[in-house]
Every structure is written in structure tokens, then in C-alpha cells.
Design a protein around this ligand. Structure first.
Ligand SMILES: [Zn+2]
Length: 154
């Protein structure tokens, strides 16, 4: 008999991150959203990239959700859900705090540190979600300069 609990509904969790990304898009921002959940499905925090809105390049979807979650005693049983493969900065956050699972909406438009996370024992689930792929792809096509700024490409 397995002691492994069944997976929570990752697609329902992704919905929260997509809603955040769409809110960012409506604000004129970069449409990347995230949410931090407990393995039992409890939402701890949600957020979105606010580089444009706050003139702050350090506010990524993941860091925003992480900060909104406040202090947690342990992150091993938490799940970072994000609309896009996490960049190196956010992948570093996952490693630093020992977040056990990363669920990403897609890794087609951008591939950050998710293979590195996987190689270091983090469970990584790629949902290859069509809505995430088209939302980000359309936005990048329309905003190439802003996108290059966000991913640090000169
Ligand atoms: Zn990031």
C-alpha cells in the first residue's frame, strides 16, 4: 500500500495563477502569475509579475505569491504554481526555501531553471496548458523589447 497522498488538482491551482496573469495583462503588465499552495490544496498566497506596474524588476509572479504567503514554518509540502517555467531568480527561491513541488503552466515560450530544479530533487510538473502557451506567446510577439528586459536579454 502506498503512503503517497493523491495529487491535488493541479489544473484548478493553475487557474489561480492564470487569473493573476490576466489581471496583470489588464494592468498593462507582463502576464505571468503564480500561487503558493499547501499540498492539501490550501491557498497560501497568489501574485503576479509587477515589473511595469510597480517599476520593480524584483516582483515576479512567484516572488509576489511567496511574499503574500507570509512566513511558513516549512515549505517542503508546498506547491509553487506558475504560468511559465520559473526563471533562475525564482528557481533559486524554490531551492532556498525547499519548496517541494513546482507546477508550471508551460515551458514553450521560456525555459528557465526547471530542469535544474528537477535534477536537484524538486518535483516539477509541466501542464503544457494551451491557454498559458497562447497568452504568453501572443504577449511576447506584441512586446518583444519589454520581454527581453524581463528576461535580462540586451
Ligand atoms: Zn522569476
Amino acid at each position: 500500500m502506498s503512503t503517497q497522498a493523491p495529487d491535488p488538482d493541479f489544473r484548478a491551482m493553475l487557474r489561480t495563477a492564470i487569473d493573476e496573469a490576466r489581471a496583470g495583462l489588464a494592468e498593462g503588465g507582463i502576464p505571468i502569475g503564480a500561487a503558493l499552495y499547501r499540498a492539501d490544496g490550501t491557498l497560501l498566497g497568489r501574485g503576479r509579475n509587477r515589473r511595469v506596474q510597480d517599476d520593480d524588476p524584483s516582483v515576479h509572479g512567484e516572488t509576489d505569491a511567496f511574499r503574500k504567503a507570509g512566513r511558513q514554518r516549512s515549505y517542503r509540502d508546498t506547491i509553487m504554481v506558475t504560468t511559465l517555467s520559473p526563471c533562475w531568480y525564482c528557481s533559486g527561491l524554490v531551492r532556498q526555501f525547499g519548496i517541494g513541488t513546482v507546477v508550471m503552466g508551460e515551458s514553450v515560450n521560456f525555459s528557465g531553471g526547471h530542469e535544474w530544479l528537477r535534477a536537484n530533487g524538486v518535483r516539477v510538473v509541466d501542464l503544457a496548458d494551451p491557454e498559458c502557451i497562447s497568452m504568453m506567446g501572443d504577449w511576447i510577439s506584441a512586446n518583444p523589447l519589454l520581454w527581453n528586459e524581463d528576461i535580462g536579454v540586451d
